[in-house]
Design a protein around this ligand. Structure first.
Ligand SMILES: Nc1ncnc2c1ncn2[C@@H]1O[C@H](COP(=O)(O)OP(=O)(O)OP(=O)(O)O)[C@@H](O)[C@H]1O
Ligand SMILES: [Mg+2]
Length: 236
């Protein structure tokens, strides 16, 4: 299997405070890896460092065989690394459809797997809301739009930062179903979550982060059966 994303001994800081300590991760093509950890564990900082929003102080990031450790965010996006931030960042004054059209581009190697019509098929809820201003969507609808918008760039890898956060259970289930379908369709996903249950039928493997260190790795079934690790690092 091809390894699309490889993170080696990554360290990141905010000012003088070190947040990530020697983080190692590997993500193979077609897999979904969960990055699990409680509040403030360093999930978003990891995602931001991979997206190029926060600089790596030490360590290396390889993407599709290239060293992107010091590449700017737009260059990473162009290479096919799509980042969906935890605050979603849709354009509130634009309609759902325009948010998607603005993001449409061929992926690496000219891939155009995702078109507007495929988005409407995959996200029937968004199809119904296509003319609505994105600022008038619910949190869950905005999350769906943020994921759909990332797909419109035909990426190789999706970085999803806590897609279930702060949402009602019914929409969390909807988003879970969608992410699972994307994975089953061959997408490669790094999924940061606090909610292990959300990841159970979505991710094959998990890395647990705590205070900026990867403290445990397992397949998702092993983690789910490991109440000691869950209690210690996931508060469940
Ligand atoms: N912009 C910032 N400046 C300084 N410290 C920050 C900043 N953003 C996050 N931190 C700190 O870095 C640590 C890791 O935060 P991070 O946002 O990566 O955690 P997280 O795992 O995503 O948590 P959450 O589940 O709350 O989203 C925390 O201690 C947090 O307070
Ligand atoms: Mg976070």
């Amino acid at each position: 299997m091809t390894e699309l994303l490889r993170v080696e001994k990554l360290s990141a800081f905010y000012g003088a405070s070190q947040i990530l300590f020697d983080v190692d991760l590997a993500l193979e093509e077609g897999r979904t890896l969960a990055l699990l950890g409680r509040n403030g564990a360093g999930k978003s900082t990891t995602m931001k460092t991979l997206a190029g929003v926060v600089p790596a102080r030490r360590g290396r990031v390889f993407f599709a065989g290239r060293d992107i450790t010091h590449a700017p965010a737009h260059a990473r996006a162009k290479l096919g690394l799509a980042y969906v931030p935890e605050d979603r960042q849709v354009f509130p004054e634009h309609t759902v459809e325009d948010n998607l059209l603005i993001a449409a581009k061929a992926g690496p190697g000219g891939r155009r797997d995702w078109t507007l019509s495929r988005i409407w098929e995959t996200f029937p809820l968004l199809a119904k809301l296509r003319k609505r201003g994105a600022g008038r969507l619910s949190g869950g609808e905005q999350q769906l739009l943020a994921i759909a918008r990332a797909l419109m760039g035909n990426p190789l890898v999706l970085l999803l930062d806590e897609p279930s956060e702060g949402l009602a259970p019914i929409i969390v289930a909807e988003i879970g179903k969608l992410v699972r379908e994307l994975g089953a369709g061959g997408a490669t996903i790094l999924l940061a979550e606090q909610n292990m249950h959300f990841c159970l039928r979505i991710a094959s493997h998990a890395a647990v982060i705590d205070k900026g260190h990867i403290v445990h790795r397992d397949d998702i079934a092993g983690l789910s059966a490991n109440s000691d690790i869950r209690r210690r690092y996931l508060a469940m």
